[in-house]
Design a protein around this ligand. Structure first.
Ligand SMILES: O=C(O)CCC(=O)C1=CC=C[C@@H](O)[C@@H]1C(=O)O
Ligand SMILES: [Mg+2]
Length: 331
């Protein structure tokens, strides 16, 4: 369980969550992370809306940290912004090279693209073709392997992929990331799952496993947790990239607000995933030539009705909410 940054804030009673929640299913334009639909639960509290959307396969202990984030969003004020907009990267799923231009057209003005690589069932040649197609259109490319390579495979991939801004979670474990960093000091390594799915998100520091830290608000338990982690990382010269957890417009706005509150932002943030959805519960933060503007959207009641999940999924999410609330109550 990622209790490292568990909040000491008061937990609202379960009824306050159960009486003010909505479960929706958002259709995606292209398959991403193996899904074509994204289910999320939205919860309204005294300070606005929060999003509870751990991926369905996650267990209750891990999912409870996402609930903590939803509660923080809806039951406390936003962090103080030091900038009005946040630079973001385009996100390119593991599509065929012919589809790359169409995907990138949804991110006008973005000068960095993150490209998914090491997808199951695909080869390094597929990754090279996709990355090459992206590089024709966007000057700076980072890749995300979601831990799909061994150290050996990552080294082989780096030699074929051309210059990378950085490689996100090229291998699965912290020790492998550290080993890769030692062996290939010329390619910057970013940790994602090694932070958001770890018992100790800061283990990457002493292990020497990352040049850059990808931080996601919901899996880390909320804006204050992200700001605290970023502060510690900055003392070790590890900059952060605030990224989406494939959130609806509500979760994205919370991510943008969190990124806008960071004293320093060196890299474009991975918060532009609204553009992968075909429909959403609200207008996502405004797109300004590769930047997302800080806003506080409210779900549109007609979108909540239109996108409402079916009865069995409603029940599944409400049961999950009960269990995760119990986990938070016990910690
Ligand atoms: O970082 C981005 O550009 C967008 C966010 C993104 O890629 C992800 C969001 C949610 C789940 C993940 O599989 C994926 C990631 O691994 O970073
Ligand atoms: Mg990632």
């Amino acid at each position: 369980m990622n209790t490292h940054f568990r909040s000491a804030a008061a937990l609202p009673p379960l009824a306050a969550l159960m009486d003010n929640c909505h479960v929706v299913t958002l259709p995606m334009r292209v398959r991403f992370r193996g899904v074509t639909h994204r289910e999320v639960m939205l919860i309204e509290g005294p300070f606005g809306w929060g999003e509870f959307a751990p991926f369905p396969e996650y267990g209750d202990d891990e999912a409870a940290t996402w609930l903590q984030s939803a509660i923080a969003a809806a039951w406390s004020p936003r962090p103080l912004a030091v900038r009005a907009a946040v630079e973001v990267n385009a996100t390119v799923p593991a599509v065929q090279p012919e589809q790359v231009a169409e995907v990138l057209a949804r991110f006008p003005g973005a000068t960095t693209a993150k490209v998914k690589v090491a997808e199951k069932g695909q080869t390094l040649a597929d990754d090279v073709a996709r990355v090459d197609a992206v590089r024709q259109l966007v000057p700076s490319v980072r890749v995300d392997a979601n831990g799909g390579w061994t150290v050996h495979e990552a080294i082989a991939a780096f030699s074929e992929l051309g210059p990378l801004e950085y490689a996100e979670q090229p291998c699965r474990t912290v020790d492998e990331l550290a080993e890769l960093r030692r062996q290939v000091p010329t390619v910057k390594i970013a940790a994602d799952e090694s932070i958001r799915r770890s018992d100790d998100p800061l283990r990457i520091i002493e292990a020497g496993a990352a040049d850059i830290a990808v931080v996601k608000v919901a899996p880390l338990g909320g804006a204050n947790q992200v700001l605290a982690i970023a502060d510690i990382l900055s003392q070790h010269n590890i900059p952060v990239v605030v990224s989406s957890a494939l959130d609806s417009a509500i979760g994205i706005a919370y991510g943008v607000a969190t990124a806008a509150a960071l004293p320093q932002l060196k890299f474009a943030c991975g918060l532009a995933t609204s553009r992968l959805f075909a429909d959403d519960v609200a207008e996502p933060p405004n797109w300004d030539n590769g930047r997302l503007v800080v806003t506080t959207p409210q779900p549109d009641p007609s979108a909540l009705r239109r996108l409402r999940a079916n009865h069995s999924r409603q029940t599944w999410w409400r049961d999950r909410l009960v269990r995760c609330h119990a986990v938070l109550a016990a910690t």
